[in-house]
Design a protein around this ligand. Structure first.
Ligand SMILES: NC(=O)c1ccc[n+]([C@@H]2O[C@H](COP(=O)([O-])OP(=O)(O)OC[C@H]3O[C@@H](n4cnc5c(N)ncnc54)[C@H](OP(=O)(O)O)[C@@H]3O)[C@@H](O)[C@H]2O)c1
Length: 241
């Protein structure tokens, strides 16, 4: 049996990924605040921006897994938020903390538990982080988001380095999904130019039908994964694949 544990499988890219892996006979567990209504995979309700809920949600999944029957297990850290969009001095401290928690701390904590729980398992083990081009490009108005994704990239590299010395260690990669037609893009297009200088570029991408669909991105990530196209520590942009 192949297992996928995904955060944010209720909407957008995460939902398309959960459905794609389910259709390929993976047993998929999703953690999000709301349900997808797809009824095809197992859904756990939790707010991953609340630190106490994070280990609880993952432990409840491990309690449902029979480790003797597993050939592969993947943790896919996908849930994310942009948070308020404006230059840093205009942001609410609570909102800053919430974004860093969800986009950076939660993947660290889930990875910590995932590595610990699967330490003596003989199956294939990997972590896939959904990062963003914003990890390397400083967009004005997205300081917190850019910071959180740059940190997620470093998490990826640090885990890969730590696990490389271990027999059957956990593989860890990060993927930038491109610009994808989800709620996150709706939020971006609604921003005032005063808060986000680049807003017109994102409106144009939508207008010109240049956004990827979540389904396209899910197909692409699935094939990169099962064709084993990445080495541990790789950070790639699907636009280059
Ligand atoms: N869309 C893009 O153009 C784009 C580009 C680059 C990178 N990304 C990255 O891709 C990933 C998915 O984004 P998306 O575009 O699919 O966004 P989305 O449509 O807004 O979906 C976000 C997902 O994260 C979950 N989530 C949000 N807050 C949560 C919380 N507090 N606790 C648990 N789950 C939470 C949501 O579920 P609930 O609301 O049910 O909790 C939802 O399933 C993110 O990491 C994002 O940074 C997106």
């Amino acid at each position: 049996m192949n297992i996928l544990i995904i955060t944010g499988g209720s909407k957008g890219i995460g939902k398309a990924l959960a459905e794609k892996y389910t259709s390929e006979k993976y047993h998929v567990f999703s953690i999000a605040r709301s349900l997808s209504n797809s009824e095809k995979f197992t859904e756990i309700k939790a707010d991953l921006s609340a630190i106490k809920e994070v280990p609880k949600a993952l432990k409840s999944i491990f309690n449902q897994i029979d480790k003797e029957r597993i050939s592969s297990i993947t943790l896919l850290n996908n849930a994310g938020r942009l948070g308020e969009i404006s230059t840093l001095e205009n942001l609410d401290p609570e909102d800053i903390a919430k974004s860093i928690q969800l986009n950076t701390t939660t993947p660290l904590v889930l990875s910590n538990l995932f590595i610990k729980e699967t330490q003596n398992w003989n199956c294939k083990k990997q972590i896939i982080n959904i990062s963003s081009g914003a990890a390397t490009k400083p967009y004005e108005g997205w300081s917190v988001y850019c910071t959180s994704k740059a940190a997620l990239d470093m998490t990826t590299k640090a885990i890969a380095a730590e696990q490389s010395e271990i027999e059957n260690g956990v593989k860890c990669v990060a993927i930038y999904p491109g610009v994808v037609d989800t709620n996150m893009q709706n939020q971006i297009r609604k921003t005032n130019k005063a808060d986000f200088k680049n807003v017109q570029r994102f409106k144009d991408l939508k207008e010109n039908n240049e956004l990827y669909s979540s389904e396209f991105v899910a197909e692409k990530i699935y094939s990169i994964d099962i064709e084993n196209q990445l080495q541990s520590g790789d950070i790639i942009d699907i636009r280059n694949f």
